[in-house]
Design a protein around this ligand. Structure first.
Ligand SMILES: Cc1cc2nc3c(=O)[nH]c(=O)nc-3n(C[C@H](O)[C@H](O)[C@H](O)COP(=O)(O)O)c2cc1C
Length: 204
């Protein structure tokens, strides 16, 4: 069994989502002895934004640009990692009301027509991913974005990720969230503690 561990926080040792994803991975290891872990740090291995030069190669062209060749190889690797994983753990901070651009760049390499989804003759969308994958999203936000919050309309992070993952057939999604991280040290500690308690409750 394989677990893919994806991190996208730029905050290093101060990151909340990195604490949560590490705890989730430890919990999953306990639940699934022998679990194989693949780690993908999107800040260490940042993908380029997709550009015309990518599309030219993906449509059959050639390039001698070493940076582009390496980036295309990284893009192919992250796609293969998603296809191979049984469990996908995604660290997803909220930055400016959405996900980090590095995580969006990853999404652009895994939501690919003909690879992870296709449009059918009747106009519906069909997932091309192997079935049965589980996703666990570790979310962290500075403020609060619940349905009653005046800022609810600005929540484009977990809703975006859940909708996008569902589009490629990843519908078994659990969200572990730490909300209100920027509301002071006590609020940060309480949110982290509550989220870690949720991690401890994860079942196989
Ligand atoms: C560049 C940046 C942008 C942020 N934008 C938002 C935001 O739009 N809304 C919010 O509630 N918090 C925002 N925050 C706070 C983060 O969501 C919060 O610090 C969270 O813990 C980030 O996850 P991380 O600690 O794993 O990086 C932002 C933080 C950074 C560094």
């Amino acid at each position: 069994m394989k677990l893919l561990h994806v991190d996208s926080s730029i905050l290093g040792a101060y990151s909340v989502t990195r604490v949560l994803t590490a705890a989730i991975v430890e919990q999953e290891k306990k639940l699934h002895p022998g679990l194989e872990i693949v780690t993908r740090d999107l800040i260490e291995d940042t993908l380029y934004h997709l550009a015309p030069r990518h599309l030219a190669v993906l449509q059959g062209g050639t390039t001698t640009n070493e940076n582009l060749i390496a980036d295309l190889a990284l893009g192919a690797a992250v796609l293969d990692e998603v296809i191979a994983a049984d469990i996908i753990v995604i660290g997803a901070p909220m930055y400016n009301f959405g996900i980090p651009s590095q995580l969006k760049a990853w999404i652009d390499r895994i939501v690919v027509a003909g690879k992870t989804f296709r449009y059918t003759d009747t106009g519906t969308v069909e997932s091309l991913l192997p079935k049965g994958k589980k996703v666990i999203i570790a979310s962290s936000t500075g403020g609060a974005y619940g349905p009653q919050s005046p800022a609810a309309l600005l929540e484009h992070q977990v809703s975006y990720l859940k909708g996008t993952l569902a589009f490629i057939g990843l519908t078994d999604v659990t969200v572990i969230g730490a909300e209100g991280i920027a509301l002071g040290p006590e609020a940060r500690e309480a949110a982290l503690k509550a989220a870690l308690a949720e991690v401890a409750k994860l079942a196989a």
